[in-house]
Design a protein. Structure first.
Length: 365
């Protein structure tokens, strides 16, 4: 996984939080919005090198746009569409958080449970680490994607025990609850907790309890050996040219970033998550409430979801970055606006595209 890309959503939150009182245009909707998005996508592709984008925009129940631009597979000239399947990277985390909350609601997990209630052999080094700490990136555990020891192993199909061995004995970055530090280890471990508490595997649980009930037929765990119709190839940019992305064993991202989906499925997911079809409204409220650190300060992050503000417009959002792919989802509650941007090229900044669309809709300069 691209660690820098995994943090792209944080940059978006900071930029979005900068105050501005300049509203230079009327809000843009309907055909005018579609035309502007078409023009923006064409400009991005022309400036290149970018293989493809798929963009989805929805207001309430009204689908405003769901389109693909460019090529999902450059070598075979396969055009991207709204049904193109992308690796979504860390957008996976909200699915994992929702699975945890379902298990909380069924009484199989408690948010204040020590993680050793579920991962009995994990060495906590004298710290009390809870499920809540893992969900909110406040555990202090080392994130394996930031360790030099992980980089030579990215192509290996590591088992859970082998992956945990990369970081479990590393010193903590801070005492649990004292700081916020984005952490892929924490969400990988949450996937293990889902498996332990449900008596199945993370992959099986997500299929049976999230994808299948909601009819998300184009969403799945991104198994490289599985045939996934419409799957995009991933690309990276080297010296100004598109290159095939470096191989990554999809065992490794796990519950932190290993899912695949489409803009249409993600728009459907966003609606279902907030209207009570996935978890209760109370649980969704917890997922979208900022965590509080031990000193009383707010992190701007809930459970698998970031909390931002686009010049006075609250936002619930998260991006993703994984070999060959960058992604962004944003929801603006006051305008009921959903924006999903998926790309099969690292470095395309879907966060900026989503923010631009949000500004057009809200009439922000």
């Amino acid at each position: 996984m691209n660690r820098r890309a995994n943090h792209a959503w944080i940059i978006t939150l900071i930029a979005a939080a900068l105050p501005s009182m300049l509203y230079a245009q009327e809000p843009i909707w309907g055909g005018a919005l579609v035309s502007k998005i078409d023009a923006l996508a064409a400009e991005i592709l022309a400036q290149g090198p970018v293989a493809a984008l798929s963009i989805g925009v929805k207001r309430g129940d009204q689908l405003l746009l769901a389109k693909g631009y460019g090529e999902a597979d450059v070598e075979n000239a396969v055009t991207a569409t709204a049904e193109t399947v992308y690796r979504i990277g860390s957008i996976t985390k909200q699915f994992t958080a929702a699975a945890i909350m379902q298990l909380v609601e069924s009484g199989k997990i408690g948010l204040e449970d020590p993680i050793t209630d579920h991962l009995t052999d994990y060495p906590t080094q004298g710290h009390k680490i809870t499920i809540r700490h893992l969900l909110t990136h406040t555990s202090g555990i080392k994130s394996y994607t930031g360790l030099a020891a992980w980089r030579p192993k990215t192509t290996l199909d590591l088992t859970d025990d082998e992956l945990l061995a990369l970081f479990k004995d590393e010193p903590f970055d801070f005492a649990p609850g004292d700081k916020f530090l984005y952490n892929n280890s924490a969400f990988y471990m949450l996937g293990m907790v889902v498996g332990e508490a449900s008596g199945t595997t993370y992959r099986e649980y997500i299929d049976a309890h999230l994808f299948e009930p909601l009819g998300l037929t184009r969403s799945s765990y991104c198994d490289e050996q599985q045939i996934i119709p419409g799957r995009a190839e991933g690309y990276e940019i080297h010296e100004g040219q598109l290159m095939n992305d470096a191989y990554l064993s999809m065992n490794q991202p796990g519950a932190a970033g290993a899912l695949c989906s489409t803009v249409l499925d993600l728009l459907s997911w966003s609606s279902a998550l907030r209207d009570g079809r996935v978890v209760s409204m109370a649980s969704y409220g917890q997922m979208t409430t900022s965590a509080t650190l031990s000193d009383g300060s707010s992190t701007g992050y809930g459970f698998g979801l970031g909390l931002g503000n686009l010049e006075g417009n609250p936002a619930v959002l998260h991006g993703g970055g994984i070999n060959g792919f960058n992604t962004m989802m944003a929801y603006y509650p006051e305008s009921e606006l959903d924006v999903v941007v998926l790309s099969n090229t690292n470095g395309t900044h879907p966060d900026r595209i989503a923010e631009t669309i949000g500004k057009w809709v809200h009439g922000i300069k």
